[in-house]
Design a protein around this ligand. Sequence first.
Ligand code: GLN
Length: 483
Amino acid sequence: MSELYELGIKEAKALLDKREASSEELVRALIARKNAADGEIGAYLTFDEEGAINAALEADTILAQEGRTAEQTLLGVPFGIKDLINVAGQPCTCSSKILEGYVSPYDATVVKNLKAAGAVCAGRLNMDQFAMGSSTETSAFKTTHNPYDLSRVPGGSSGGSAAAVGGNLAIATLGTDTGGSIRQPASFCNCVGVKPSYGRVSRFGVTAFASSLDQVGPMTKSVEDAALLLQVLAGHDEMDGTTPKIAVPDYSKAIEGASLKGVRLGLPKEYFVDGLDGEVKRITEAAIKTCTDAGAEIVEVSLPHTEYAMAVYYIVAPAEASANLARFDGVRYGHRSTRSDSVFNLYTRSRAEGFGPEVKRRIIMGTYVLSSGYYDAYYGRALKVRTLIKRDFDNAFGKVDALITPVAPTPAFKLGEVQDPVTMYLNDLFTIPASLAGVCAASIPAGFAGGKLPVGVQFIAPGFAEDTLLKVSKAYEDARGVL
Ligand code: GLN
């Protein structure tokens, strides 16, 4: 039998329901595993052991007395949370010094939903500072190592969330994705990562990076687990005006008996570019063959504005970040400089001391593209091109059910290897377009580069078609078999 810490959500639930394990045992097994292995991996920033055990004991009492209610689909199952999602009473630093010591006064809606489903929120996961990065190296607090090769990065910005799942330090975790931050680390750490459509999941209580792009999503050990978790996260929230009142399908039902027979999968020709790592290419091609063998029809499609996606993202995301991060001023939250002799200096010194270099770079870029005289030339133009990118996807989805593409151009790279910011930005070449279009996308484990480094394959489906996305992903996962 597997160790308790190796379980996914579905297996953990089954053991809890059969009383073969208690929630307390699950939580204690994860704590022991964390204490044994996280010194090397470095996925967690903090872990409220006592709080987690108490929540587990409460779940065990319910399980022993009346059993789970229909709503309590995650009763007693512990989850790790990316450190920009607020959990009442726990730290929320966004891996930045500017929020060091900050304790959340309230639960984010996704956390409220998790708790209502009976989940135990156990542990805060490292990330790139304010979710800006692709390697988790911009964290102000620690380095997270890839569990498959400790000399390499776990990806980012949800690197802690991915390393925890891939390294069996968590049953499942929450990440966030603005331009690829769930999918790229999922690919690097061998887990399933789903970026829901824009508006599918509430962001209330999730520290904003780029508000027209940010989404919270599941990082799990299987597609079935992602379906279970997304079910709890998804839906309208009156605290987030971007979440429409669109019914949430039953995702677990949607993936029952999932098949690729007759499914039309689009292959966007712009995604198979020079510079794609040979092993990534080989694994992606093998995934495409697996899908064809399982009955999918492969259709070449074109997303002609793909080449502009990167430029558009690096205008839109920093522009929004520069506005969102204005709230960290040394007065309302977190770090306050002690060297100030005026109100102006209080602001500037607190920000200068609190923010890391990548965050400052984004704020400067964002402020520049929004400044008068440049606003129309950069920001206004980027919004127009974004519309064209979105239309590319609309056209493609007129012909196919979903798209299949690589997730990232390479497998996990070495810690410290990428120093140039623009080279780092290129990690998200294949994930950014779906974010700009607001559609949903997932990274599903597909193979190992050189037999060692995990590589995922990306499926992309239309907005609010998470049921299709999960169905295709599950059918591929089944057809692929155990890796
Ligand atoms: N790596 C991208 C960036 O640095 C995407 C980050 C994200 O999705 N949060 O902006």
